[in-house]
Design a protein around this ligand. Structure first.
Ligand SMILES: [Fe+2]
Length: 256
């Protein structure tokens, strides 16, 4: 079966695995964070960016990262408990930019290029913060809404161009599911005390609601549903976001 057929056939298995986003404190030692940071250069096959993006994505094969750093499986084995596929997608990034609402899964192109994509369903994602400017803080909001499909950016009001993105930019939002696997039908805007989304037009946020906000803190790891929509946000009390940060995003899949 194809990846898209698996999503339909195993829909309830995917939704039954949904759980709340969480931050695991001190998952990595300082040495491990430094080693991961270096791997983004050691393993780089190039980098992607656009003149407008203020975001460099180094192209690294995540499965090679796991073989170079075998302790990753020890750490994620303990955190995730359940088995996961040995195949992963993901990317490193270096950015000065708040990111828009999106899900990191597989792009259409990856579902065809990765031979293993036909044997998996999405399970969990993580963000591993590697470094951030002294004194700065950065946060990610995880929404209650989950998208079962391929990688997408949610942009109803057309501020982003498809030409600059590997992710499908959706102008009309698909059905979005809550943690119980029920389609969410909210017309509301996210309302989280103390946090703002200065980079996202109000029209793009309609229909999204905040489950939690986690802080970008090197040494920790944020774990969330691979299908879960997320976006950067800033503290209302400290809306300054002049920083440079680098991290890794990794997807974990279940074999079917
Ligand atoms: Fe992401």
């Amino acid at each position: 079966m194809t990846y898209n057929e698996n999503l339909k056939t195993h829909h309830s298995k995917i939704t039954n695995n949904f759980s709340l986003a969480k931050n695991v404190k001190n998952a990595f030692t300082q040495d491990q964070v430094s080693e991961l940071f270096q791997q983004q250069f050691i393993l780089a096959e190039g980098a992607k960016w656009t003149p407008t993006s203020r975001n460099i994505q180094t192209s690294v094969d995540i499965d090679t990262l796991f073989s170079n750093c075998p302790w990753l499986d020890d750490i994620f084995g303990d955190i995730l408990v359940d088995d996961y596929s040995k195949y992963h997608s993901g990317n490193f990034y270096i950015t000065t930019q708040l990111h828009d609402a999106h899900v990191d899964l597989l792009t259409h192109e990856e579902t065809e290029r990765f031979h293993w994509a036909k044997n998996i369903i999405p399970w969990k994602s993580c963000v591993i913060p590697l470094i951030i400017t002294d004194g700065a803080d950065a946060h990610t909001a995880f929404f209650n809404e989950r998208h079962i499909g391929t990688s997408v950016t949610f942009d109803r009001v057309e501020i982003s161009s498809q030409d600059n993105s590997n992710y499908d930019i959706v102008r009309e939002y698909p059905p979005l599911y809550n943690i119980d696997g029920v389609v969410m039908l909210t017309e509301e805007w996210p309302d989280k005390d103390g946090f703002l989304f200065p980079q996202i037009p109000r029209g793009n946020l309609q229909g999204l609601s905040v489950e939690s906000v986690l802080e970008f803190n090197p040494g920790d790891v944020m774990i969330f549903d691979a299908c879960q929509i997320h976006a950067s946000c800033v503290k209302r009390s400290k809306p300054n976001y002049k920083w440079l940060k680098s991290g890794i995003n990794i997807q974990f899949y279940k074999e079917v």
